[in-house]
Design a protein around this ligand. Structure first.
Ligand SMILES: *Cc1c(COP(=O)(O)O)cnc(C)c1O
Length: 367
C-alpha cells in the first residue's frame, strides 16, 4: 500500500537513523570543508556553494514529494531565473502565464527580450497559441492570484508533440496538491516560501525533474551562479515540511468555508476558489489535484473597501505572500500587478474555521 501524505511528509528526506544522533541533523555551517591532505576534495564536500548536507537532506525530501530529483535555490525567483536564463538562447521562444505570478512575467519581459528571446504570454485557462517553434512553455496552476487551473497532461502532450519543454510553477498547489512530473511535465519550478514551508519565516525556491540532462544543466547553472539556500534556512525548511499535510488540511477546510461566506456576502463582487463546484476551474481541478490550496481570491468595490475590510478584521493580517499558518490578505494592485484595485488574495491559515468565518463576516459587514 502506498504511504499516505502525512507519513511521507514526516519522513521525507531524513538520513538513515543513527543511534545517538537527532532524527534530522542540525544545520551544517561551513564555507570550506577540511580537505584530505593527499587526495584533496575528491569525493567529499569541499566547498559550501556546491556542497551542503542540510541542503541535500532538504532536496531529498522535496524530491520524494514531487517524484523527481530536486535542486533548491535561495528564493523562488532564483529558481525561475535559473530556468529561464539557462534553458533559453537567442532565437528561442518562450510562453509565460499572462495571469500568473507578476514578477515572473516582468522578469521575462525585462531580461529575455534583450537577450534575443521572444516572450509570448498565454492565459492559464487558455486559449494557448501553437507550441510549434516554442522551446519552453511555463505554466502556473492554480495561477496566482486569479486561481485558474489548466490541464497539465494535455499541455505536456501538446508541448512534447511540438518539441517544447513544459515547466510548471507548483507553488500554490504544493507537491501534495498536484504532481506535475507524473502528469508529463519536464520541470517543476516553485517557491518554497509559501505553503510548502508555511511559517512565513524563510525564503526558498526549488526545481524538480526526472530528466538527468536537464538536472545537470540546472545544477551547473546554480552552482556557478551561487543561488543556493543557506544551511540554516535549508534545515528550517526541512523541519517545517513535516507538518505540510496537517497544515494544508486545515487551510483547505478554512478556504472551503471562507469561500462560501464570501460567495453569499453582498459586499463581494465575485469569489474564486477551484474547490467550489460553481468555480470555472472546478472540473479540471477535481480531475488533476489531490487537494485544493487555502488561497481564495475575491473582489470588493475598490481600494477604500479593502482598507475598511482589513481594518475591521482581527484575524486577517495585511501581508503579501501566502500559505502560512496565519491568515493573511493582500490587495494585489498595490504592487503594480495588473489586478483590479479591489482584488484581494486571501490566504487561509490554520485558525479554527468558525473563528475565521465569523471574523471575515463581521469585517465584510464593515465594508
Ligand atoms: C512567490 C512566488 C514566486 C517567487 O518566489 P519567492 O520565493 O518569493 O522568490 C514564484 N511563483 C509563484 C507562483 C509565487 O507565488
Amino acid at each position: 500500500m502506498p504511504l499516505g501524505d502525512s507519513t511521507r511528509a514526516v519522513h521525507a528526506g531524513l538520513p538513515p537513523l543513527t543511534p545517538g544522533q537527532p532524527f534530522l541533523p542540525g544545520p551544517v555551517f561551513a564555507a570550506p570543508f577540511v580537505l584530505d591532505p593527499v587526495t584533496g576534495g575528491e569525493g567529499i564536500d569541499w566547498y559550501g556553494r556546491p556542497h551542503n548536507a542540510s541542503r541535500r537532506h532538504l532536496e531529498a525530501a522535496i524530491g520524494e514529494l514531487e517524484g523527481g530529483q530536486c535542486l533548491t535555490f535561495a528564493t523562488g525567483m532564483a529558481a525561475v531565473g535559473a530556468t529561464l536564463l539557462s534553458l533559453l538562447h537567442p532565437g528561442d521562444t518562450v510562453i509565460v502565464p499572462a495571469d500568473g505570478y507578476f514578477t515572473t512575467r516582468a522578469f521575462a519581459r525585462a531580461e529575455l527580450a534583450t537577450r534575443g528571446v521572444t516572450v509570448l504570454t498565454a492565459p492559464t485557462a487558455g486559449p494557448y497559441p501553437s507550441f510549434q517553434g516554442v522551446r519552453l512553455v511555463l505554466v502556473e496552476t492554480p495561477a496566482n492570484p486569479g486561481l485558474d487551473v489548466c490541464d497539465l497532461a494535455e499541455l505536456a502532450a501538446a508541448a512534447h508533440a511540438a518539441g517544447a519543454l513544459l515547466a510548471v510553477d507548483n507553488t500554490t498547489a504544493t507537491p501534495l496538491g498536484q504532481r506535475p512530473l507524473e502528469l508529463g511535465a519536464d520541470l517543476v519550478v516553485a517557491s518554497g516560501t509559501k505553503a510548502l514551508t508555511g511559517h512565513s519565516d524563510l525564503l526558498l525556491g526549488y526545481l524538480a525533474t526526472r530528466d538527468e540532462e536537464l538536472l545537470a544543466r540546472l545544477r551547473s547553472w546554480r552552482d556557478s551562479t551561487g543561488g543556493a539556500p543557506a544551511a540554516f534556512d535549508s534545515w528550517l525548511a526541512h523541519r517545517s515540511l513535516a507538518t505540510l499535510d496537517l497544515r494544508l488540511g486545515r487551510q483547505t477546510a478554512n478556504a472551503a468555508a471562507v469561500a462560501e461566506a464570501l460567495a453569499t456576502h453582498p459586499a463581494v463582487a465575485w469569489v474564486r476558489w477551484p474547490g467550489r463546484p460553481a468555480d470555472p476551474s472546478y472540473a479540471v481541478a477535481a480531475r488533476q489535484m489531490a487537494r485544493i490550496p487555502g488561497v481564495v481570491t475575491f473582489e470588493l468595490a475598490g481600494e477604500a473597501a479593502v482598507g475598511r475590510f482589513l481594518s475591521a478584521a482581527r484575524l486577517v493580517i495585511p501581508a503579501t505572500s501566502f500559505g502560512g499558518l496565519h491568515t493573511t490578505a493582500d490587495r494585489r494592485a498595490q504592487w503594480g500587478d495588473d489586478a483590479p484595485p479591489g482584488l484581494v488574495r486571501l490566504s487561509c491559515g490554520v485558525e479554527d474555521t468558525a473563528d475565521l468565518v465569523a471574523d471575515i463576516n463581521q469585517a465584510l459587514d464593515a465594508v
